[in-house]
Design a protein around this ligand. Structure first.
Ligand code: RP5
Length: 170
C-alpha cells in the first residue's frame, strides 16, 4: 500500500536557484513541524507568466500560505500578492551589492491594498516566515497550535539565563 499523498499547505518560492541555500531553512522548519509544502523557483522578472499562474491557482490547489524569497529588486512576493488573496510572507535576500537592503525595501514597501508581510533579511527571515506560516495554519488546527506551544517552551528553557554573578562590597 502506498503512503497517502498530502496536498501541500505552504508554497515556498524563490526568485533564483541561487536563493535555495537560504530558503531551505524555511523548508527545514516546515518539515520539522510536519507541514506538507512545495518549493519552487519562479522569477517575477524572468518568468512573469509562470509567477502569475502560480499565484492565481495557488488557492484552488489547496495552498494556504505563500512564502516568497527574493534578492535585489525583489518583486516576487509582490507579484504573488497581486494575484492571490492568500497571505504572502516576503523574505528579502542578500544578493548583489546592496546586502539585502534593496530587497528589504522592495518587499516592505507595498502599495496600499496589496499586503505583503515582510520578514527580516536572509536566513532569520526565511525561518521566521516558516514559523509565521505555521502560526497562521495553527489558528484552525489545535494539534499544530499545541506543537508550537511546546516548541516555544523548549526555546525558553534553552536560553541560559544568568550566566555569571559577581560578589562585591556593596
Ligand atoms: C533575484 O535576483 C533572485 O531572487 C536572486 O536573489 C537575485 C540574483 O539572481 P541570480 O542572478 O543569482 O539568478 O531575482
Amino acid at each position: 500500500m502506498s503512503a497517502k499523498k498530502v496536498k501541500p499547505l505552504v508554497g515556498i518560492l524563490m526568485g533564483s536557484s541561487s536563493d535555495l541555500e537560504v530558503m531551505s531553512g524555511a523548508s527545514a522548519l516546515l518539515e520539522e513541524l510536519g507541514i506538507a509544502h512545495e518549493v519552487s523557483v519562479i522569477s517575477a522578472h524572468r518568468s512573469p507568466g509562470l509567477a502569475a499562474e502560480y499565484a492565481s491557482s495557488a488557492k484552488k490547489r489547496g495552498l494556504k500560505v505563500l512564502i516568497a524569497g527574493a534578492g535585489m529588486a525583489a518583486h516576487l512576493a509582490g507579484a504573488m500578492a497581486a494575484n492571490t488573496n492568500l497571505p504572502v510572507l516576503g523574505v528579502p535576500l542578500e544578493s548583489g551589492t546592496l546586502a539585502g537592503m534593496d530587497a528589504l525595501l522592495a518587499t516592505v514597501q507595498m502599495p496600499s491594498g496589496v499586503p505583503v508581510a515582510s520578514l527580516a533579511i536572509g536566513s532569520a527571515g526565511a525561518k521566521n516566515a516558516a514559523l509565521l506560516a505555521v502560526q497562521i495554519l495553527a489558528l484552525s488546527d489545535r494539534v499544530l497550535a499545541a506543537k508550537l506551544d511546546r516548541r516555544k517552551a523548549k526555546m525558553a528553557r534553552e536560553v541560559p539565563g544568568t550566566v555569571k554573578q559577581v560578589a562585591g562590597d556593596a
